[in-house]
Design a protein around this ligand. Structure first.
Ligand code: ZN
Length: 762
């Protein structure tokens, strides 16, 4: 029987204090998967003690300290922060050290953007200090506005506006008869990883790329601009990496696949695959407006237009733009801070928790709002250790450096320790920034049930309902259909998001296959300071979680998760939700093929009927699309069969575990326990393939990957999905077979774990 049944859940929601109170006997009341009744009750008592410790005043003080000066990779304060974090871990009695890697980190030497005609204009490329904002004037330490891993370049050409710069935007341009060959494109920020924009532009023949912050997306259209409000002001610029990590690998571009240790064999700069193919520069809307205003040509499609007071034309030209960027291609140190709490029973099983500490500038929101919760968790755990708490497994707390340039510190650490991690790492939990609002849960679906359970035990600071209940009701409010609302009300667990990339779980999940979670509170506050000099203590304490109660909630959520994973006799993985999710993905993929077939058939018919001739306006000429071959049917049977088999073994395992929990605590079972946990640790690895995904072997997970053309956004079952999207149908078909094989292997592993549990004690 599941520890939290639907009726228990209703009871819990009506009488939360009764339900969550300590002192009840029996595994049902303890409600913890993987725990014997006695251990579950004990765990609940320790967790309650833990959750009383995190203090908003500490969170505020850590943030003030860590965001007091700019602390990007290679800066003095980046190292200073790492040492300060280390000193605190040590002061709290944890076994901690700094691990250093040496990575390629370019900083700008030349940045020039000018319009040569029809009017002359030179972009400011500068965020001014503001009198009310005390850290905004630290000019000598601030990195200028730029995109890291743009190549050097000096180009001149006509300007073309390309909306968000995604593949579908170029299809629209084709229909308008506009080519970007030999042009410099200007794209809006958001709707993809920013590195996708220069990648797609270069694939279409552009010679340079500008990316600007459109006020409709994070400026005055949404709220007052900083410092009056939280949004981006006319000079605010979003720095950021444009590394093409999704089609190659994240981390140091000179040491792909291996740790950037001092003796590592490094590629020559010219052989680094993840740099952009064309020069890129980010700009403010203050700098973008004169450039966009100087465009002629067709009007941009409705949905492309922003809220600047100009007509949005596409171009090309007549604006002629000169873009020149050059960088110092230096090797810089990154300092990961690693703290260990050794496990008392199973020290070779690891629970890892991380958040990065580096920022683009002062980075109060990104990443310090997450880092301060991590620190407070570590302090609270060390308090429990002093009171006699002994975690069963080893817990590793990590403060990563170099996340912003592209996951440098975490990726290099994962690559350096890949063999040990494969052997020992059970779960990785990531955070990266935190605000007010609803708990966002992303991760491996074998942890879906687990993290739902944790969310049921955390109180929301504003509504005082559980954060789980608040998340459920928020999702119901946003749901688009009656079916969705029904599922939200009836399914025991809320569905968690599959993970794409853009933060430090990537190496753990995608490269090694370690079950991962990514957690944050968000949704109540707009923000337009991302990666600017205005993301600082002043902004955060005026416009975000200013009393740090959501910082405390995050520490309580993640700390509870860490403890519950570290203390469980049987790791609290569940595969019923994984099987359900894999089934959903299979259906989605079948629908994707059917939708593509329908779309192409329809368009071909429209061409035949002469629809594009009928709608042609000689004053606003468009180009009719070419007829296309209709995609073939694909055989999803291997995946469907594998999902069925996984569903059966997942149910079997769930039943076997429920029976086993009743008998747990018997030391005679210890050998079994080790074996079962070993299999559970391996369960996420079974979803990987050592050869990796097509054309990007670093990415080994067959269910989750960042999309080659989305970056942050996940592509679930990426080999199959991208095969279909990129019209590589034979590849999609062979990927179906590979995914099915992995799901069958997973099913066999879970089945053997179930048998192991049933054999125990007999
Ligand atoms: Zn971050």
């Amino acid at each position: 029987m599941r520890p939290i049944s639907a009726t228990m859940l209703i009871f819990a929601l009506v009488f939360p204090s009764l339900f969550f109170g300590a002192g009840q006997a029996g595994s049902n009341q303890a409600g913890l998967v993987g725990y014997s009744p006695r251990a579950g009750q004990n765990e609940r008592e320790w967790e309650a003690k833990f959750r009383a410790i995190p203090d908003p005043a500490n969170l505020r003080e850590y943030m003030r300290r860590l965001s007091a000066r700019p602390h990007h990779v290679g800066s003095p304060y980046d190292k200073d922060n790492a040492e300060w974090i280390l000193a605190h871990f040590k002061e709290w009695g944890l076994d901690a050290h700094i691990e250093r890697f040496d990575v390629l980190f370019p900083t700008p030497k030349v940045r020039l953007l000018e319009m040569l005609g029809p009017t002359k204009f030179t972009a400011k490329l500068e965020e001014p200090a503001l009198a009310v904002d005390p850290t905004s004037n630290q000019k000598s330490e601030q990195l200028p506005t730029y995109n890291a891993y743009s190549m050097d370049g000096d180009v001149t050409g006509p300007l073309v506006f390309v909306n968000y710069g995604l593949p579908e935007d170029y299809e629209k341009l084709d229909r308008l008869g506009i080519s970007v060959k030999g042009a410099i494109v200007i794209a809006k920020y958001y709707h993809s990883w920013r590195g996708v924009k220069p990648k797609v532009a270069a694939e279409h023949g552009a010679i340079g790329c500008l990316i600007y912050s459109e006020p409709k997306d994070d400026g005055y259209t949404r709220d007052n601009v900083f410092p009056l409000g939280p949004m981006r002001n006319p000079d605010g610029v979003q720095r950021g990496s444009v590394m093409d990590f999704a089609s190659s690998s994240p981390g140091d571009p000179l040491t792909p696949g291996i740790g950037a240790t001092p003796d590592a064999k490094r590629l020559a700069l010219k052989d680094a695959k993840s740099l952009t193919k064309i020069p890129v520069l980010p700009i403010s809307y203050g700098d973008a407006q004169p450039l966009l205003a100087a465009l002629a040509g067709p009007m941009a499609p409705d949905e492309w237009r922003g809220s600047l007071p100009i007509p949005y034309h596409v171009g090309p030209g007549p604006a002629q733009v000169h873009l020149k960027v050059a960088f110092n291609w230096d090797i810089k140190p990154v300092y990961d801070v690693i703290a260990k709490i050794p496990g008392s029973v199973a020290p070779d099983e690891w629970i890892i928790r991380g958040n990065h500490h580096d920022a683009w500038v002062n980075g109060a929101e990104d990443p310090i709002s997450g880092q301060v919760s991590l620190l407070e968790e570590a302090r609270a755990l060390s308090e429990l250790l002093k009171q006699g708490w002994k975690p069963r497994r080893t817990i590793i707390y990590t403060a990563w450096d170099g996340e912003e340039p592209m996951l440098l510190g975490s990726t290099e650490w994962v690559e350096t320790h890949a063999d040990e991690l494969r052997e020992h790492a059970a779960v990785y939990i990531n955070t990266d920034g935190n605000d007010r609002g609803v708990l966002n849960m992303g991760g491996s679906h074998s942890l879906e049930q687990f993290i739902n359970g944790v969310a049921r035990d955390i109180e929301d600071p504003e509504t005082k309902m559980t954060v789980w209940r608040r998340a459920q009701l928020s999702k119901i409010a946003e749901a688009k259909s009656a079916d969705d609302r029904k599922e939200l009300r009836q399914r025991a667990d809320l569905r968690i998001n599959a993970l794409g990339s853009g933060t430090d779980f990537t190496g753990f999940l995608d490269h090694v296959g370690i079950a991962s979670l990514d957690l944050a509170y968000s949704g109540e506050d707009e923000q337009g300071i991302y990666h600017s000099i205005y993301d600082d203590f002043y902004w955060y304490t005026h416009f975000s979680d200013s009393d740090f109660v959501y910082g405390r909630a995050l520490a309580q959520t993640v700390g509870t998760s860490v403890m519950r994973l570290a203390d469980a006799e049987v790791l609290p993985f569940d595969f019923v939700n994984l099987a359900d999710t894999a089934g959903t993905y299979t259906k989605n993929l079948e629908k994707l093929v059917a939708d593509k077939q329908e779309e192409i058939r329809e368009r071909n018919q429209e061409v035949d009927e002469g629809m594009f001739k009928a709608t042609f306006d000689p004053r606003r000429p468009t180009v009719a699309p070419a007829k296309e071959e209709v995609p073939p049917h694909l055989n999803f049977a291997p995946m469907q069969n594998a999902v069925d088999s996984l569903t059966r073994s997942a149910k079997h395992y769930q039943e076997a575990l429920a029976k086993y929990e009743e008998n747990l605590g018997d030391e005679a079972m210890a050998p079994n326990l080790r074996l079962v946990n070993r299999k559970l640790i391996d369960s996420e690895r079974r979803l990987t393939n050592s050869e990796g995904l097509p054309r990007r072997p670093w990415y080994k997970h067959l269910l989750y990957a960042p999309g080659v053309y989305t970056g942050y956004g996940v592509k679930t079952v990426p080999g199959v999905r991208e095969g279909i999207e990129l019209k590589r149908y034979a590849e999609a078909e062979s990927e179906i077979v590979r995914v099915a094989k992995a799901l069958e292997d997973e099913s066999a592993l879970i089945e053997s774990a179930a048998r192991e549990l049933e054999g125990a004690g007999k």
